[in-house]
Design a protein around this ligand. Sequence first.
Ligand code: CMC
Length: 396
Amino acid sequence: MPEAKSNADALLKSVMDNKTPESYSPGLEGVVAAKSKLCSIDGAAGKLYYMGYPIEEVVNGSATYEEVAYLFWHGRLPNVKELEAFKDEFSKLRTLPQQVMDFIKLLPHTCHPMDALRTIVSLLAAFDHNPERSPEANLNRAIALTVRFPTIVAAFHRLRQNQTPVEPDPKLSHAANFLYMLFGEKPDDTTAKVMDVAMVLHLDHEMNASTFSSLVTASTLSDMYSAISAGVGTLKGPLHGGANEAVLKMLLEIGDPARVETYVDDALAKKKKIMGFGHRMYKAYDPRARLLKEYARRASEKTKASRLFQITERIEEVMIQKKGKQGIFPNVDLYSGIIYHQMGIPTDIFTPIFAIARVAGWTAHVLEYWQENRLFRPNALYIGPAARKFPPLAQR
Ligand code: CMC
């Protein structure tokens, strides 16, 4: 307590002296807000690790989304038997309560799928009748939420097109089942694999804005549903997960590799951000973008999306030339959209796919944070008027 008071006094004095306290960091840049064993980033080298495993090895070692989610929730990789049992448990939880499906039907068809997802996550709290708040009960909530994200997104998408939602298929993997529920047709192995890789690459990313937002909510000892709906809402913004949707719109607007340089020059002159570039952590090429680029290249070779790929490669070239010195390079959102687009997925489902993948990361961080919970409550730097007399209404 005395220490807190002296911190507050020091802060007030520095404000009164018109000095910015050294601890003030806009956007909390460089602030270490929590300890975590889950994920680490070497931003200068462009490296990402899931519990110490380099992301390239995780992807090239063919780890599935279920396997990596297990790693995040249990702190170690499963063996063959454990993975089979886990996949079995995972696939059985996919169906939503009928009342929840009925509620999804009530949502306006014009609602953004991220708004639909955030709303339904919130609604699921009302159908959780277990008063238990133990780590085991919360792990079960984490698993059930993760399993159900694809069901929510696919059901909303089909209903808004006046189509019947597709029952989940317990024999399919998490990624394949999502595509099946979205389109009503089982994907081929290659398409399912590419979706699985995209989900693995988006599963976690240390203290990103949406994870932090989930943790802030969790730190008040609110509940898992509140924490995760906060994460969904935060991910939606175009500076975060919403960038993948914005990238595809930009590619379609540019329309031709020959127009890229003019587009970039115009945007930079107007101080506009080029979506899919730059990162708070990476001052080098985002390793997830490097991996996704190869999948996008392969997918585009076979389809009409090759022009979009050419435009993206050209933007990359131009941006690295103009902005690389400032540490601005492609991020994860640059190439993911082309992959989803060539699968026939509508643009407004791109950010929900990010959420479908990231929910395992959000929940793992919340479970970890609750082990040594402390309320998040930073300070604000007061820049308003000094203390003054309050004038009664009649005197104003
Ligand atoms: N295009 C052009 N200039 C940029 C970009 C960009 N994409 N990103 C950063 N800059 C410039 C920015 O204008 C500023 O320049 P100056 O110092 O001359 O004013 C400088 O770089 C620092 O930018 P900032 O926005 O203060 O840096 P930040 O650490 O807050 O930015 C970012 C991180 C992701 C918000 C930003 O790079 C951005 O807005 N990128 C575009 C949106 C995007 O692709 N977001 C997805 C991020 S990766 C997925 C995820 O995890 O969310």
